[in-house]
Design a protein around this ligand. Structure first.
Ligand code: NAD
Ligand code: DAU
Length: 351
């Protein structure tokens, strides 16, 4: 049985990746390594508990000794590395936390893989990254795999640094690696600090919808299950040493997106048209706010045959339905209930 380590599997994207791999690859033993920070949540994977090919491991990727012991014990065949601090606004307040997890945590994993694998090509270290490493676009153009790095926030600087380390380990030590850089994901299980779930939660509770600056910044949105499908294809068919950009061909200004969401929610909550839009409030801009992200996703389409499968309106409708149906989840993550429970009941796994 092949042993695959997925880091950050209790988080938003990771939970969808774990579910896909555990369900589709019953001949793999999937290890989900997660520190259960505020963003990680075992409720996201409650349907996986008890599956014979699934093991949860609590641990911190920043803990070098623990990571080496884990690799020594399990001899993983591959790694899909998603664990990270992921929120730009938090990175502005606490850059060091982002350097520790995103840079040094990644280095610990790279070192453990290098030591175990001795550059044999039947292993793979797959690093999940972001389009934010490329910086900010004007009104024209797209990020290509060849676009120069120009990270502008502490979050994107930490992700860019980890990308560089991954490539350096491939170049210097012959570690088999692949990297993908994806645009903004949305869908079930996303912590309600990010724009879409924050607005869904606030609309539900008739609270203000904070729009940074003029709301003219543009993001490219992709349904999270489509990202998980792309990760599956890249892990199994991607060429070692390559980078793949993943995007939705789906650009929205923040204000247009929030207005669309208001519309969808008015209908679902049976409120008169225009009710939710009245909650919009323009607030002080995010410092250093990147203007526009847009991905050219031709390479992954041409080489691996991946394309987004879901139209945005359909994905948004499914997302709103999920949040409305999971009120307890929303309450528990926003009040820190799950985190307090895990801190009291889950120790770092003894390896
Ligand atoms: P998330 O914040 O929802 O989840 C991160 C997970 O990592 C959580 O489960 C958390 O508990 C875990 N984690 C954090 N620090 C850890 C540590 N020190 N040790 C072990 N586990 C730790 O993030 P996400 O949005 O699911 O993003 C996952 C990955 O995808 C990240 O690497 C992020 O940079 C990248 N990414 C995200 C997006 C997006 O739109 N969300 C887009 C492109 C790339
Ligand atoms: O592009 C990929 C990246 O997308 C990922 O790497 C990050 O992990 C992920 O968090 C996301 O980053 P963004 O900063 O684009 O996402 P966020 O949801 O925080 O913000 C989306 C846009 O909405 C951005 O232009 C800022 C704006 N915004 C955000 C919040 C939270 C607001 O106007 N108001 C808000 O309250």
């Amino acid at each position: 049985m092949k042993k695959l380590l997925i880091t950050g599997g209790a988080g938003f994207i990771g939970s969808h990746v774990v579910r896909l791999f555990v369900s589709q690859y019953t001949d793999y033993q999937i290890f989900n390594l997660d520190f259960l920070t505020y963003a990680g949540n075992l409720e996201n994977l409650k349907d996986m508990a008890g599956k014979p090919n699934y093991t949860f491991v609590k641990g911190d990727i920043y803990d070098e000794t623990f990571i080496h012991q884990l690799f020594t014990k399990h001899h993983f065949d591959g790694v899909i590395h998603l664990a990270a601090e992921s929120h730009v606004d938090r990175s502005i307040h606490d850059p060091l936390a982002f350097a520790k997890t995103n840079i040094l945590g990644t280095l610990n994993l790279l070192n453990a893989a290098k030591k175990q694998w001795k550059n044999t090509s039947d292993h793979l270290f797959y690093h999940i990254s972001t389009d934010e490493v490329y910086g900010s676009l004007g009104q024209e153009g797209f990020f290509l795999e060849t676009t120069s790095y120009d990270p502008k926030s502490p979050y994107s600087a930490s992700k860019a640094s980890s990308d560089h380390f991954v490539r350096a380990y491939a170049n210097t030590y012959g570690l088999p690696v692949v990297i993908s850089n994806c645009s903004n994901n949305y869908g079930p299980n996303q912590f309600p600090e990010k724009l879409i779930p924050l607005c869904i939660n606030n609309i539900k509770n008739s609270k203000p919808l904070p729009i940074y600056g003029k709301g003219e910044n543009i993001r490219d949105w992709l349904y999270v299950v489509d990202h998980a499908r792309a990760i599956d294809m890249i892990y199994h068919k991607g060429k070692h040493g390559e980078t793949y950009n993943i995007g939705g061909w789906n650009e929205w200004t923040n204000i247009d997106l929030v207005k669309l969401l208001c519309n969808v929610m008015d209908k679902k909550l049976d409120r008169p048209a225009g009710t939710s839009e009245k909650l919009i409030e323009y607030v002080t801009d995010r410092p250093g706010h990147d203007m526009r992200y847009a991905i050219d996703a031709h390479k992954i389409k041409n080489e691996l045959g991946w394309e987004p499968s879901l139209q945005f309106e359909e994905g948004l409708s499914k997302t709103v339905d999920w949040y409305l149906a999971n009120e307890a989840w929303l309450n528990n993550v926003t009040t820190g209930q799950y985190q307090r429970y895990y801190e009291a009941h889950y120790q770092t796994t003894d390896v």
